[in-house]
Design a protein around this ligand. Structure first.
Ligand code: TRP
Length: 447
């Protein structure tokens, strides 16, 4: 732990890797399906509240802890509050990251299947119903989804074990702008569909009479999930930040780009949902059932479709790498494991749980706990419970326990672009607003 910590080389590198962690299936797959299940507009508005009012300050809190200590999630709390039980966040984080990695890899595996399917032009099927049915029969079959999940995790293993994050950094720099461009092309395409207005009003017109505790809880979970927040992922990444990195600005840029991608995904999906006469509340399968039909209606379908699923796969990869980095940094720092060994443990556990998640659309679909399949349960417990609880503890820790001077020192920049009121606002949020809001949504949501 005493050796010099690696650092991100450039400002672009910092932005690209944090945005690379944040942007992934959470934006393009999870946001549209959650918004679809929870009624659209109101969900989006509450999500935005949680991202910008609660999320950005808590992102800053993770950055402050990470950069100030330069340590892994467990070590950081031990250094800042020796002998206290704050380190519990570390264990929550480790648990949540394993759960998320498991179900996330299943969906990332779907993108691999779809890269292949796109290259073959979806076996010549062009009808909406046909493409829809094709996804269903793929997801409910047992072998292929499991193989793709394991394949995706194996790719993770090779990248992580070599520690070639530099390659990932460079890849993010090219991939992120490309992803934006292609999303904008698809948006224009969707906006020209018959039911574009209907789709957009579903997404942007909030109907507050529909707001229920479960929508609030779902939107809070989505905000944390999408920002990679609450399990120490950003503590780990910011331990590689330089002294000059502007924390508040980085948090702001990250949250804005992350939100932009989610909204673009919504603009692509919902007009298509209504144009094809489908159900917005289809759940986790929604996006994969709809995207092929969207692409097949565009000129150059195979090319667009292949390119899109490759980008989505890469975006997932940069997110899963950030998840795994938490457990790997923890095991190498705390137990002195080699990077290879730590990675092997992390990936093997994910393979085991990932297989169960992959099967929960097929032969394990009857295995339910509290009415949820294993896949849904992992998602629900990690996103709606563990991440917000982690975020709450982190905000209380930075707001109440950590020396105020440390917080100021980390946030204030020499170029005085950060005004004193901004620092006060962040601290006020961490002390009062974030813990209170998260706590209330919990009590409200769970009763
Ligand atoms: N934010 C990523 C996404 O939207 C997923 C992710 C990466 C994540 N690292 C995380 C979620 C840490 C929670 C915690 O796809």
């Amino acid at each position: 732990m005493t050796e010099k910590r690696a650092q991100f080389a450039t400002r672009l590198g910092v932005i690209a890797t944090t945005v690379g962690s944040a942007v992934g299936l959470g934006n393009i797959w999870r946001f549209p399906f959650e918004a679809g299940v929870h009624g659209g507009g109101a969900f989006l508005l509450i999500d935005l509240f949680f991202i910008f009012i609660i999320g950005v300050p808590v992102v800053c809190a993770e950055f402050i802890i990470g950069r100030h200590t330069g340590l892994n999630i467990r070590g950081a709390f031990r250094k800042l509050a020796p002998g206290k039980s704050w380190g519990i966040v570390g264990y929550l984080g480790l648990l949540a990251s394993m759960l998320i990695l498991s179900f996330y890899s299943v969906v990332a595996g779907w993108t691999l299947e779809y890269i292949i399917q796109s290259m073959s032009g979806f076996g010549g099927i062009t009808s909406v119903a046909g493409l829809h049915g094709q996804f269903d029969s793929f997801a409910t079959s047992d072998i292929r989804p499991v193989i793709w999940t394991l394949a995706f995790l194996t790719i993770n293993y090779f990248i992580l074990a070599r520690g070639v994050q530099k390659g990932i950094e460079k890849m993010s720099n090219i991939m992120m702008p490309m992803l934006f461009v292609i999303l904008i092309v698809f948006c224009i395409n969707s906006l020209r569909m018959d039911a574009a207005t209907e789709g957009l009003s579903f997404l942007f017109k909030p109907d507050f009479s529909q707001v229920t505790p479960s929508i609030m809880l779902g939107a809070m979970g989505q905000a944390f999930f999408s920002l990679s927040l609450g399990l120490g992922c950003l503590i780990t990444y910011s331990s590689y930040f330089k002294k000059e990195t502007l924390l508040l600005r980085t948090a702001g840029i990250m949250a804005s780009l992350d939100t932009l991608v989610a909204i673009l995904a919504g603009i692509i999906i919902f007009p298509a949902v209504f144009s094809f006469g489908l159900e917005p509340a289809a759940g986790p399968k929604l996006v994969f059932e709809i995207l092929p039909s969207i692409f097949m209606q565009m000129p150059g379908a195979m090319l667009w479709s292949t390119l899109f699923f490759i980008l989505l796969f890469l975006a997932s990869l940069s997110s899963t790498i950030s998840m795994s980095e938490i457990t790997i940094a923890y095991m190498t720092d705390e137990f002195g494991f080699s990077r290879r060994k730590a990675t092997a443990i992390n990936i093997s556990v994910a393979m085991l749980f990932g297989t169960l998640c992959a099967l929960s659309f097929g032969s394990l679909s009857e295995w339910t706990i509290c009415g949820m399949t294993i896949f849904n349960l992992f998602d629900y417990v990690s996103s709606n419970i563990l991440l917000p609880v982690g975020g709450m503890i982190i905000s209380i820790f930075v707001g109440w326990v950590l020396d105020r001077n440390v917080v100021r020192e980390e946030l204030i920049t020499p170029d005085s672009s950060v005004r004193p009121w901004m620092v006060t606002a962040v601290i006020t949020c961490l002390r009062y607003i974030a813990p209170l809001c998260i706590g209330l949504v919990f009590i409200y949501g769970l009763i």
